[in-house]
Design a protein around this ligand. Structure first.
Ligand SMILES: Nc1ncnc2c1ncn2[C@@H]1O[C@H](COP(=O)(O)OP(=O)(O)O)[C@@H](O)[C@H]1O
Ligand SMILES: [Mg+2]
Length: 400
Protein backbone atom coordinates (compact mmCIF):
# COMPACT_ATOMS: atom_id res chain seq x y z
CA UNK A 1 0.00 0.00 0.00
CA UNK A 2 1.51 3.37 -0.95
CA UNK A 3 2.26 5.65 1.93
CA UNK A 4 -0.64 7.94 2.79
CA UNK A 5 -3.17 5.93 0.77
CA UNK A 6 -4.97 4.74 3.86
CA UNK A 7 -4.77 7.52 6.36
CA UNK A 8 -4.07 11.18 5.98
CA UNK A 9 -0.56 12.10 6.92
CA UNK A 10 0.06 12.54 10.60
CA UNK A 11 0.17 15.89 12.28
CA UNK A 12 2.72 17.68 14.41
CA UNK A 13 2.08 17.54 18.12
CA UNK A 14 3.26 20.42 20.23
CA UNK A 15 3.17 20.69 24.01
CA UNK A 16 3.92 24.19 25.26
CA UNK A 17 4.68 24.74 28.94
CA UNK A 18 2.38 21.95 30.07
CA UNK A 19 1.81 21.61 33.78
CA UNK A 20 -0.37 19.06 35.55
CA UNK A 21 -1.18 19.23 39.23
CA UNK A 22 -3.35 16.68 40.92
CA UNK A 23 -4.65 17.53 44.41
CA UNK A 24 -1.52 17.36 46.53
CA UNK A 25 0.76 16.12 43.75
CA UNK A 26 2.46 17.79 40.78
CA UNK A 27 2.82 15.10 38.12
CA UNK A 28 4.28 17.45 35.47
CA UNK A 29 5.98 20.70 36.38
CA UNK A 30 6.83 22.13 32.95
CA UNK A 31 6.85 20.17 29.72
CA UNK A 32 7.81 21.47 26.28
CA UNK A 33 7.81 18.97 23.45
CA UNK A 34 7.51 19.02 19.67
CA UNK A 35 6.79 15.79 17.82
CA UNK A 36 7.06 16.24 14.04
CA UNK A 37 4.38 14.78 11.75
CA UNK A 38 5.02 11.23 10.62
CA UNK A 39 7.51 10.38 13.34
CA UNK A 40 7.58 7.41 15.65
CA UNK A 41 8.21 9.05 18.96
CA UNK A 42 8.78 7.21 22.23
CA UNK A 43 8.28 8.64 25.68
CA UNK A 44 10.49 6.45 27.84
CA UNK A 45 10.68 6.51 31.59
CA UNK A 46 10.23 4.53 34.79
CA UNK A 47 6.83 3.80 36.28
CA UNK A 48 5.25 6.87 37.84
CA UNK A 49 7.26 9.47 35.90
CA UNK A 50 4.18 10.95 34.20
CA UNK A 51 3.92 9.14 30.85
CA UNK A 52 0.26 8.15 31.04
CA UNK A 53 -0.64 11.57 32.40
CA UNK A 54 1.03 13.16 29.35
CA UNK A 55 -0.92 10.90 26.98
CA UNK A 56 -4.20 11.58 28.76
CA UNK A 57 -3.56 15.32 28.43
CA UNK A 58 -2.94 14.95 24.68
CA UNK A 59 -6.03 12.78 24.28
CA UNK A 60 -8.16 15.29 26.17
CA UNK A 61 -8.99 12.88 28.98
CA UNK A 62 -7.33 15.21 31.47
CA UNK A 63 -7.09 19.02 31.54
CA UNK A 64 -3.68 20.64 32.02
CA UNK A 65 -3.26 23.04 34.93
CA UNK A 66 -1.22 25.24 32.62
CA UNK A 67 0.13 25.34 29.07
CA UNK A 68 -1.20 24.60 25.60
CA UNK A 69 -1.51 21.58 23.29
CA UNK A 70 -1.37 22.01 19.52
CA UNK A 71 -2.08 19.33 16.93
CA UNK A 72 -1.24 20.19 13.32
CA UNK A 73 -0.82 23.80 14.41
CA UNK A 74 -4.34 24.01 15.87
CA UNK A 75 -4.72 24.76 19.56
CA UNK A 76 -6.80 21.87 20.93
CA UNK A 77 -6.36 22.64 24.63
CA UNK A 78 -10.02 23.58 25.03
CA UNK A 79 -11.34 20.79 22.79
CA UNK A 80 -13.12 17.77 24.20
CA UNK A 81 -11.56 14.34 23.73
CA UNK A 82 -13.91 13.31 20.91
CA UNK A 83 -13.16 16.52 18.97
CA UNK A 84 -9.43 15.82 18.80
CA UNK A 85 -7.86 13.97 15.82
CA UNK A 86 -6.36 11.46 18.22
CA UNK A 87 -6.83 7.77 19.01
CA UNK A 88 -5.39 5.80 21.86
CA UNK A 89 -4.39 2.15 22.16
CA UNK A 90 -4.14 1.09 25.78
CA UNK A 91 -2.45 -1.85 27.39
CA UNK A 92 -5.77 -3.63 27.86
CA UNK A 93 -7.32 -3.90 24.42
CA UNK A 94 -10.94 -4.02 25.64
CA UNK A 95 -12.34 -5.69 22.53
CA UNK A 96 -16.06 -6.47 22.60
CA UNK A 97 -16.21 -10.24 23.16
CA UNK A 98 -19.61 -10.78 21.55
CA UNK A 99 -18.64 -9.06 18.28
CA UNK A 100 -16.55 -10.44 15.44
CA UNK A 101 -13.17 -8.95 14.67
CA UNK A 102 -14.70 -7.03 11.75
CA UNK A 103 -17.56 -5.68 13.86
CA UNK A 104 -15.11 -4.60 16.55
CA UNK A 105 -13.10 -2.60 14.04
CA UNK A 106 -16.18 -1.13 12.33
CA UNK A 107 -17.95 -0.29 15.60
CA UNK A 108 -16.86 3.33 15.97
CA UNK A 109 -17.46 4.13 12.31
CA UNK A 110 -20.94 2.62 12.35
CA UNK A 111 -21.89 4.47 15.48
CA UNK A 112 -20.88 7.73 13.84
CA UNK A 113 -22.83 6.61 10.74
CA UNK A 114 -19.83 6.86 8.48
CA UNK A 115 -20.40 5.40 5.01
CA UNK A 116 -18.81 2.10 4.03
CA UNK A 117 -17.85 1.27 7.60
CA UNK A 118 -17.29 -2.41 6.78
CA UNK A 119 -15.15 -1.62 3.72
CA UNK A 120 -12.98 0.66 5.78
CA UNK A 121 -12.75 -1.93 8.56
CA UNK A 122 -11.56 -4.55 6.05
CA UNK A 123 -8.97 -2.10 4.79
CA UNK A 124 -7.65 -1.52 8.34
CA UNK A 125 -7.57 -5.28 8.97
CA UNK A 126 -5.61 -5.86 5.77
CA UNK A 127 -3.08 -3.35 7.02
CA UNK A 128 -2.48 -5.35 10.21
CA UNK A 129 -2.64 -8.59 8.19
CA UNK A 130 -5.70 -9.95 9.93
CA UNK A 131 -8.39 -9.65 7.27
CA UNK A 132 -8.52 -13.43 6.89
CA UNK A 133 -9.70 -13.66 10.52
CA UNK A 134 -12.38 -10.95 10.20
CA UNK A 135 -15.22 -13.35 11.08
CA UNK A 136 -13.64 -14.66 14.29
CA UNK A 137 -14.47 -13.62 17.82
CA UNK A 138 -11.69 -12.07 19.96
CA UNK A 139 -11.51 -15.16 22.17
CA UNK A 140 -10.44 -17.19 19.12
CA UNK A 141 -7.35 -15.00 18.65
CA UNK A 142 -3.90 -15.02 20.25
CA UNK A 143 -2.77 -12.11 22.38
CA UNK A 144 -0.72 -10.64 19.55
CA UNK A 145 -3.64 -10.91 17.14
CA UNK A 146 -5.95 -9.18 19.63
CA UNK A 147 -3.39 -6.43 19.94
CA UNK A 148 -3.44 -5.99 16.17
CA UNK A 149 -7.25 -5.81 16.17
CA UNK A 150 -7.02 -3.04 18.78
CA UNK A 151 -4.56 -1.27 16.51
CA UNK A 152 -6.82 -1.67 13.46
CA UNK A 153 -9.70 -0.27 15.51
CA UNK A 154 -7.60 2.80 16.34
CA UNK A 155 -6.27 3.50 12.83
CA UNK A 156 -9.61 2.92 11.09
CA UNK A 157 -10.64 6.35 12.41
CA UNK A 158 -7.74 7.91 10.50
CA UNK A 159 -6.45 9.85 13.49
CA UNK A 160 -3.67 12.32 12.76
CA UNK A 161 -2.00 11.14 15.92
CA UNK A 162 -1.97 7.70 17.47
CA UNK A 163 -1.21 7.37 21.16
CA UNK A 164 0.05 4.02 22.41
CA UNK A 165 0.22 3.51 26.17
CA UNK A 166 2.42 0.47 26.82
CA UNK A 167 0.34 -1.42 24.25
CA UNK A 168 2.57 -4.50 24.27
CA UNK A 169 2.83 -4.85 28.03
CA UNK A 170 0.42 -7.80 28.20
CA UNK A 171 2.29 -9.90 25.63
CA UNK A 172 4.99 -12.43 26.37
CA UNK A 173 8.55 -11.40 25.65
CA UNK A 174 8.95 -13.08 22.28
CA UNK A 175 5.61 -11.88 20.94
CA UNK A 176 6.39 -8.42 22.22
CA UNK A 177 9.63 -8.28 20.22
CA UNK A 178 7.78 -9.48 17.13
CA UNK A 179 4.97 -6.94 17.58
CA UNK A 180 7.54 -4.16 18.01
CA UNK A 181 8.83 -4.80 14.51
CA UNK A 182 5.31 -5.09 13.09
CA UNK A 183 4.13 -1.87 14.72
CA UNK A 184 7.14 -0.09 13.30
CA UNK A 185 6.35 -1.41 9.80
CA UNK A 186 2.71 -0.37 10.09
CA UNK A 187 3.69 3.11 11.22
CA UNK A 188 6.02 3.47 8.25
CA UNK A 189 3.27 2.30 5.89
CA UNK A 190 0.52 4.58 7.16
CA UNK A 191 2.78 7.56 7.89
CA UNK A 192 0.83 8.53 11.01
CA UNK A 193 2.43 10.24 13.95
CA UNK A 194 2.88 7.66 16.70
CA UNK A 195 3.43 8.67 20.29
CA UNK A 196 4.43 5.51 22.10
CA UNK A 197 4.80 5.35 25.85
CA UNK A 198 6.91 2.64 27.45
CA UNK A 199 9.19 1.88 30.38
CA UNK A 200 11.07 -0.70 28.28
CA UNK A 201 14.27 0.85 26.92
CA UNK A 202 14.84 -1.92 24.41
CA UNK A 203 11.33 -1.43 23.06
CA UNK A 204 11.85 2.32 22.70
CA UNK A 205 15.22 1.81 20.98
CA UNK A 206 13.88 -0.80 18.55
CA UNK A 207 10.87 1.20 17.45
CA UNK A 208 11.33 4.92 17.77
CA UNK A 209 13.02 7.48 15.53
CA UNK A 210 13.20 9.81 18.49
CA UNK A 211 13.13 9.06 22.21
CA UNK A 212 12.37 11.47 25.02
CA UNK A 213 13.64 10.12 28.31
CA UNK A 214 11.30 11.20 31.08
CA UNK A 215 12.11 11.34 34.76
CA UNK A 216 9.95 12.75 37.55
CA UNK A 217 7.64 14.66 35.22
CA UNK A 218 10.34 16.23 33.08
CA UNK A 219 12.24 15.37 29.91
CA UNK A 220 15.89 14.68 30.73
CA UNK A 221 17.08 14.20 27.16
CA UNK A 222 15.62 13.89 23.70
CA UNK A 223 17.23 12.45 20.59
CA UNK A 224 17.73 9.52 18.25
CA UNK A 225 18.28 6.20 20.10
CA UNK A 226 21.95 5.90 19.16
CA UNK A 227 22.58 9.52 20.09
CA UNK A 228 21.10 9.02 23.57
CA UNK A 229 23.02 5.81 24.03
CA UNK A 230 26.39 7.07 22.84
CA UNK A 231 26.23 10.53 24.41
CA UNK A 232 23.93 10.53 27.44
CA UNK A 233 23.58 13.93 29.07
CA UNK A 234 22.71 12.84 32.60
CA UNK A 235 23.47 9.97 34.93
CA UNK A 236 19.80 9.01 34.83
CA UNK A 237 19.86 8.61 31.04
CA UNK A 238 23.24 6.87 31.14
CA UNK A 239 21.81 4.22 33.45
CA UNK A 240 18.21 4.00 32.25
CA UNK A 241 19.25 3.38 28.65
CA UNK A 242 21.60 0.45 29.11
CA UNK A 243 24.35 0.44 31.71
CA UNK A 244 27.26 2.78 32.26
CA UNK A 245 30.45 2.97 34.26
CA UNK A 246 30.48 6.44 35.83
CA UNK A 247 33.34 8.19 37.66
CA UNK A 248 33.40 11.68 39.16
CA UNK A 249 36.48 13.84 39.60
CA UNK A 250 37.99 17.29 39.03
CA UNK A 251 39.30 18.45 35.65
CA UNK A 252 43.09 18.60 36.08
CA UNK A 253 44.27 19.14 32.51
CA UNK A 254 43.15 20.43 29.18
CA UNK A 255 44.26 20.48 25.55
CA UNK A 256 42.47 22.13 22.62
CA UNK A 257 40.54 18.91 22.01
CA UNK A 258 40.27 17.10 25.33
CA UNK A 259 40.02 17.33 29.09
CA UNK A 260 41.76 15.16 31.66
CA UNK A 261 39.84 14.21 34.80
CA UNK A 262 41.45 12.90 37.96
CA UNK A 263 39.82 9.67 39.09
CA UNK A 264 41.44 8.34 42.26
CA UNK A 265 44.89 9.47 41.11
CA UNK A 266 44.52 8.33 37.51
CA UNK A 267 44.21 10.81 34.68
CA UNK A 268 41.29 9.91 32.43
CA UNK A 269 40.96 11.70 29.10
CA UNK A 270 37.65 12.60 27.38
CA UNK A 271 37.25 14.48 24.07
CA UNK A 272 35.76 17.96 24.57
CA UNK A 273 33.19 17.30 21.87
CA UNK A 274 31.92 14.36 23.93
CA UNK A 275 31.77 16.15 27.27
CA UNK A 276 29.03 18.54 28.33
CA UNK A 277 31.34 20.10 30.93
CA UNK A 278 34.98 21.15 30.61
CA UNK A 279 35.79 22.48 34.10
CA UNK A 280 35.21 21.79 37.77
CA UNK A 281 33.96 18.41 38.89
CA UNK A 282 32.82 16.26 36.01
CA UNK A 283 31.17 12.86 35.89
CA UNK A 284 32.55 10.86 33.03
CA UNK A 285 31.34 7.54 31.75
CA UNK A 286 31.96 4.67 29.41
CA UNK A 287 29.69 1.81 28.28
CA UNK A 288 30.59 -1.73 29.45
CA UNK A 289 31.00 -3.08 25.89
CA UNK A 290 33.60 -0.41 25.10
CA UNK A 291 35.98 -1.79 27.76
CA UNK A 292 38.77 -4.30 27.19
CA UNK A 293 40.32 -6.52 29.85
CA UNK A 294 44.09 -7.15 30.02
CA UNK A 295 46.03 -9.65 32.11
CA UNK A 296 49.25 -7.65 31.91
CA UNK A 297 49.72 -3.98 32.61
CA UNK A 298 49.07 -2.23 29.27
CA UNK A 299 51.85 -0.11 27.78
CA UNK A 300 51.02 3.59 27.95
CA UNK A 301 49.30 4.86 24.82
CA UNK A 302 47.74 8.32 24.56
CA UNK A 303 44.77 6.96 22.62
CA UNK A 304 43.55 4.86 25.55
CA UNK A 305 42.50 5.29 29.16
CA UNK A 306 43.73 2.71 31.64
CA UNK A 307 42.30 1.66 34.99
CA UNK A 308 43.80 -0.93 37.23
CA UNK A 309 44.99 -3.14 38.47
CA UNK A 310 41.71 -4.50 39.74
CA UNK A 311 40.25 -7.89 40.59
CA UNK A 312 37.55 -9.82 38.78
CA UNK A 313 34.85 -10.34 41.41
CA UNK A 314 32.11 -11.86 39.28
CA UNK A 315 31.85 -13.62 35.92
CA UNK A 316 28.48 -14.15 34.20
CA UNK A 317 28.49 -16.15 31.01
CA UNK A 318 25.53 -15.05 28.86
CA UNK A 319 26.31 -16.89 25.63
CA UNK A 320 27.04 -14.07 23.20
CA UNK A 321 29.10 -12.23 25.77
CA UNK A 322 30.53 -12.53 29.23
CA UNK A 323 29.77 -9.93 31.87
CA UNK A 324 32.60 -9.23 34.31
CA UNK A 325 32.62 -7.17 37.46
CA UNK A 326 36.04 -5.72 38.17
CA UNK A 327 36.76 -4.07 41.49
CA UNK A 328 39.38 -1.32 41.24
CA UNK A 329 40.64 0.06 44.58
CA UNK A 330 39.67 3.71 45.08
CA UNK A 331 37.42 3.70 42.02
CA UNK A 332 34.72 1.11 42.56
CA UNK A 333 33.25 -1.69 40.54
CA UNK A 334 33.42 -1.63 36.76
CA UNK A 335 31.10 -3.60 34.51
CA UNK A 336 32.79 -5.04 31.45
CA UNK A 337 31.10 -6.89 28.57
CA UNK A 338 33.36 -9.00 26.39
CA UNK A 339 32.23 -10.84 23.29
CA UNK A 340 32.86 -14.58 23.41
CA UNK A 341 35.07 -14.77 20.35
CA UNK A 342 36.56 -18.04 21.53
CA UNK A 343 35.01 -20.50 23.97
CA UNK A 344 33.67 -19.20 27.27
CA UNK A 345 35.06 -16.62 29.67
CA UNK A 346 38.75 -15.76 29.34
CA UNK A 347 39.17 -14.45 32.89
CA UNK A 348 38.19 -16.07 36.15
CA UNK A 349 37.12 -14.77 39.52
CA UNK A 350 40.02 -13.41 41.51
CA UNK A 351 42.19 -12.69 38.46
CA UNK A 352 44.15 -9.47 38.43
CA UNK A 353 43.26 -7.36 35.39
CA UNK A 354 43.59 -3.91 33.84
CA UNK A 355 40.76 -2.24 32.00
CA UNK A 356 41.28 0.03 29.00
CA UNK A 357 39.10 1.95 26.58
CA UNK A 358 39.57 4.12 23.56
CA UNK A 359 39.61 7.77 24.64
CA UNK A 360 37.06 8.50 21.89
CA UNK A 361 34.53 6.19 23.58
CA UNK A 362 34.13 8.06 26.87
CA UNK A 363 31.54 10.75 27.57
CA UNK A 364 31.17 13.57 30.08
CA UNK A 365 27.82 14.29 31.75
CA UNK A 366 26.12 17.61 32.20
CA UNK A 367 24.51 17.15 35.58
CA UNK A 368 25.96 18.27 38.85
CA UNK A 369 28.01 15.48 40.28
CA UNK A 370 25.70 13.98 42.85
CA UNK A 371 26.11 11.40 45.51
CA UNK A 372 28.15 8.52 44.17
CA UNK A 373 26.39 6.01 42.01
CA UNK A 374 24.52 3.51 44.20
CA UNK A 375 26.64 0.83 42.63
CA UNK A 376 29.69 2.41 44.22
CA UNK A 377 28.32 2.52 47.74
CA UNK A 378 30.57 0.47 49.99
CA UNK A 379 29.54 -2.97 48.97
CA UNK A 380 31.39 -5.82 50.49
CA UNK A 381 29.93 -8.39 48.15
CA UNK A 382 29.94 -7.23 44.54
CA UNK A 383 28.44 -10.58 43.68
CA UNK A 384 25.16 -9.29 45.04
CA UNK A 385 25.04 -6.68 42.25
CA UNK A 386 25.12 -9.32 39.56
CA UNK A 387 22.67 -11.41 41.54
CA UNK A 388 20.25 -8.48 41.83
CA UNK A 389 20.53 -7.80 38.12
CA UNK A 390 19.83 -11.41 37.28
CA UNK A 391 16.84 -11.43 39.66
CA UNK A 392 15.48 -8.30 37.96
CA UNK A 393 15.80 -9.98 34.56
CA UNK A 394 14.03 -13.09 35.78
CA UNK A 395 11.22 -10.95 37.20
CA UNK A 396 10.89 -9.14 33.87
CA UNK A 397 10.69 -12.43 32.03
CA UNK A 398 8.12 -13.80 34.45
CA UNK A 399 6.00 -10.65 34.24
CA UNK A 400 6.13 -10.60 30.44
N1 LIG B 1 -5.69 11.29 39.33
C1 LIG B 1 -4.53 11.37 40.00
N2 LIG B 1 -4.47 11.92 41.22
C2 LIG B 1 -3.30 12.04 41.89
N3 LIG B 1 -2.11 11.62 41.42
C3 LIG B 1 -2.10 11.03 40.21
C4 LIG B 1 -3.30 10.87 39.43
N4 LIG B 1 -2.97 10.27 38.25
C5 LIG B 1 -1.64 10.06 38.33
N5 LIG B 1 -1.11 10.51 39.48
C6 LIG B 1 0.29 10.48 39.90
O1 LIG B 1 1.06 11.10 38.92
C7 LIG B 1 2.29 10.43 38.74
C8 LIG B 1 2.46 10.04 37.28
O2 LIG B 1 1.53 9.00 36.95
P1 LIG B 1 1.46 8.36 35.52
O3 LIG B 1 1.39 9.43 34.50
O4 LIG B 1 0.38 7.35 35.52
O5 LIG B 1 2.89 7.62 35.43
P2 LIG B 1 3.46 6.56 34.39
O6 LIG B 1 2.43 6.37 33.31
O7 LIG B 1 4.72 7.16 33.89
O8 LIG B 1 3.70 5.32 35.17
C9 LIG B 1 2.25 9.23 39.67
O9 LIG B 1 2.99 9.54 40.82
C10 LIG B 1 0.81 9.05 39.96
O10 LIG B 1 0.61 8.49 41.23
MG1 LIG C 1 1.42 4.57 32.68
Amino acid sequence: MPSGAFADRGADLELVGIQKRFPGFTAIEHLDLVIPAGSFFALLGPSGCGKTTTLRLVAGLEDPTGGRILIGGTDVTAQKAYQRPVNTVFQSYALFPHMTVLENVAFGLRRRQITDALGKAHEALRLVELDHLAARKPVQLSGGQQQRVALARAIVNRPALLLLDEPLGALDLKLRRQMQLELKTIQEEVGLTFLHVTHDQEEAMTMADTIAVMNKGRIEQLGAPEQLYELPRTAFVANFLGQSNLFTGPVVGETSTSIAVDIAGRSIVVPKTRSHRHAGDVTIGVRPEKLTLHRDKPVHDSGHNVMGPGRVTDVSFTGVSTQYLVSVPGVGVLIVFEQNRSFGPVEGEGDEVWVTWNVEHGFGLDDDPVAPDPRFVADTSTKSIAAQRRAALVTELEEA
